[in-house]
Design a protein around this ligand. Sequence first.
Ligand code: ADP
Ligand code: MG
Length: 161
Amino acid sequence: MIKSITNNADETLQLGKSLGSKLIAGDLVLLFGDLGAGKTCLTQGICLGAGLDKSTYIRSPTFTLINEYQGVVPIFHIDLYRLETEEEIMNLGLEEIIYSKAITIIEWPEKLISNKKPNEFMFGIEERIEIHISSKGENGREFTFSPVLLSSRKHPIFPLH
Ligand code: ADP
Ligand code: MG
């Protein structure tokens, strides 16, 4: 487990950039944290690090649910916050995205855990990078990174620098 602390949004953007520059096609990033934790801010950095043009405006997918960008590889930014039922999630076409040759970043991945099987994610998700964000005061944010089942990777993601 790797931890990083940031003290403002710009530092979070930089942290995301370092991570994004190490991601490869097929990677899945799950972002856990409350509203305002910095999930979208970190994603903006990840997208820049993964080769997205600086002028591309990365909006929160709160209402669009899925935003797609073209970096070095395609990047899908997904926000499950507004989805309530398992059926809604099943109908989103997520499985195809997650197992595509894209980088997939998901906010509110808790929604991928069904009541029936509380110990696993839907769609058989196993390989992933989990990032848990917690607030420390108004502007402090602690990021805990846990790469899960990424041992087959040629180049390790961590440490980030
Ligand atoms: P989320 O997607 O988790 O709901 P956002 O990234 O949209 O959160 O928003 C994070 C908010 O917190 C922004 O308004 C940002 O300016 C503020 N903020 C304050 N400190 C930090 C920090 N260290 N990292 C990221 N955002 C921060
Ligand atoms: Mg968000």
